[in-house]
Design a protein around this ligand. Sequence first.
Ligand code: PAF
Length: 284
Amino acid sequence: MQIIREVDALRRAVAVLRCAGGKGGGTVALVPTMGALHGGHIALVREARRAADHLVASIFVNPTQFGPNEDFALYPRREAADAETLEREGCAILWAPDAGTMYPDGHATSISVAGVSEGLDGAARPGHFAGVATIVTKLFNQVQPDVALFGEKDYQQLAVIRRLAADLDLGVRIIGVPTQRDLDGLALSSRNFYLSKEERRAARALPRALVEAAQAIRDGGEVAAALAQARETLVAAGFSPIDYVELCDPETLRPMTTLNGPARLLAAAKLGKTRLIDNLAVTS
Ligand code: PAF
């Protein structure tokens, strides 16, 4: 596996991969990450290897998607261990630029995706999705992959990136990969590293609250009552504040007050200093 930090070298290396061919004609999959790889990332990487001939993974902790009071400085950075994992998983190129390469002096362009970016995390974390959309557009332009894979755990991010790729004709097929969970149901996340033992035990209330609410809604219960019950479950487990528990249209993410088609149940809440998010599909 090559570890590359300069855009020109990346372009040359990707061109070589494309010429190297393969059963799909030298196709390239991109798995963008911020590092601190866990089982969720491994699932993306394995799916990427099925989807294309060659895998490029990126690691870049993107400052513009963190708010002023968020965990950018503390975000776990483990490039050496991540590189070993990616090499073992058959990654061809690790694209690991530094901040100066991604945001050169005078950088002044930002991509914003209206609508789908605006509620939920978009409301709770102003500027977050513009940071994500901008860096993902740059990564797509740098690597020019045929497919790119993102976890459903960050469901709103996935919806924003699908919208972005379609609206700007980026020519990248976006694949969403189901959330990977620990045995007790907690979605795998780099932010789980921050939880104390006690918080980790309490955190299982988040998937439980969603499973129970999804079941109640599927069984014909009032959506508002199911969401209120989920909030109560979270508060009882020690989550505070609860940013949202919402039932939404799975594409536009507009709130739904009744289950009249496919829907997504999404929640975000803080446990101590750690903000956790999760979501589930709800079908009638
Ligand atoms: O999901 C992430 O790790 C990040 O938001 C992404 C997509 C790599 C952009 O920085």
